[in-house]
Design a binder for this molecule. Structure first.
Ligand SMILES: [Zn+2]
Length: 314
């Protein structure tokens, strides 16, 4: 997994793909489908193995004290049994969850972890499974609707989100503000791992993958999704069932010959996304100074100049 991730976001140099980010309103109750039983105000987690409280806290990128505060019945240094339900997040009324700054420079305030549920798999070590509550809610709803429609499809593997407080997530350039999430493509063959699998001509469950992309788009909360051309090509024929040509061209960068127009499509072929898709959610009204990813090139050039001047002095 780590390897795939490294290959990936080495590529997100191109993440300044969108211009001004879209903004959507929040504060409206999100109408979850009737089968949706995940309570995002209190996220519980079943421990995968017996281990010390400190190690459990590490799994969630939190301090032992923060975990004790949520679970006062536990005691410091305690060895916690496998399969025990531990509270890893509780919503504090009155607090606002928000993204601050650009996806490659900012942070998150009052983030929430992504909950367990049917239709997706989370890693057992998840200090980078946090996002804004808006992102968590929208994605959980899309995945739940997807699972209801494709109950027999293999579960979606969830990769990197953001750290609890946001900030740098190596080796990614973005993933800092709780608006970016990595999702595996839906594969035909089941596997019990968490590794993303590179898409070939015959291993993709294209129908279920398109079903997932459709539900993400239908949320109205997605800014862009990075998907390799080779994968987009397998989704286009399915899109033809519900989208006319103009809609398809506005959606798939692979259908758009013009380089400038490609940057405006919702699905973009950013390098490194042949084994997973990277979903960037829109800014919401709650976010602060939320903007598109910033270019770094000029800064780099400056630094290089400074370095070479330094060398010359020596
Ligand atoms: Zn990513």
């Amino acid at each position: 997994m780590a390897q795939a991730q490294e290959n990936e976001d080495a590529a997100e140099d191109e993440l300044h793909v969108s211009e001004a980010p879209m903004v959507r309103s929040v504060g409206v109750a999100i109408p979850f489908s009737p089968g949706f039983e995940i309570n995002l105000d209190a996220v519980w987690w079943q421990t995968p193995r017996a281990e010390g409280l400190g190690r459990l806290a590490d799994r969630w990128g939190m301090t032992e004290n923060a975990l004790l505060e949520l679970n006062p019945e536990l005691s410091e240094g305690e060895r916690v049994d496998r399969g025990r339900r531990v509270l890893v997040y509780r919503y504090t009324p009155g607090t606002v969850s928000r993204s601050v700054g650009a996806p490659n420079y900012g942070r998150i305030e009052n983030s929430a972890p992504f909950p367990q549920g049917e239709g997706w798999v989370l890693r057992s070590f998840r200090p980078r499974s946090y996002a804004t509550r808006q992102t968590v809610e929208t994605l959980a709803q899309a995945l739940t609707q997807w699972h209801e429609r494709y109950p027999d499809a293999n579960p979606v593997k969830l990769g990197e989100f953001s750290k609890r407080g946001g900030g740098r997530v190596r080796p990614h350039k973005s993933h800092r503000t709780g608006r970016d999430v990595d999702l595996g493509y839906v594969m035909r063959d089941p596997d019990d791992g968490h590794r993303f699998v590179a898409v070939t001509d015959d291993n993709l469950d294209a129908e279920a993958t398109w079903g997932l992309v459709q539900r993400l788009l239908a949320s109205g909360a997605v800014e862009s999704i990075f998907i390799a051309d080779s994968v987009q090509e397998q989704l286009v024929p399915l899109a033809a069932e519900t989208m006319d040509e103009a809609q398809r061209r506005a959606t798939f960068s692979v259908l758009e010959p013009d380089a400038r127009a490609k940057k405006k499509t919702t699905l973009k072929a950013v390098r490194g996304h042949d084994d997973h898709m990277h979903v960037r959610f829109q800014c919401t009204e709650a976010d602060v100074n939320c903007k598109a990813a910033k270019r770094k090139k000029r800064r780099r050039r400056k630094r290089r100049r400074r370095r070479s001047r330094g060398r010359a002095r020596r």
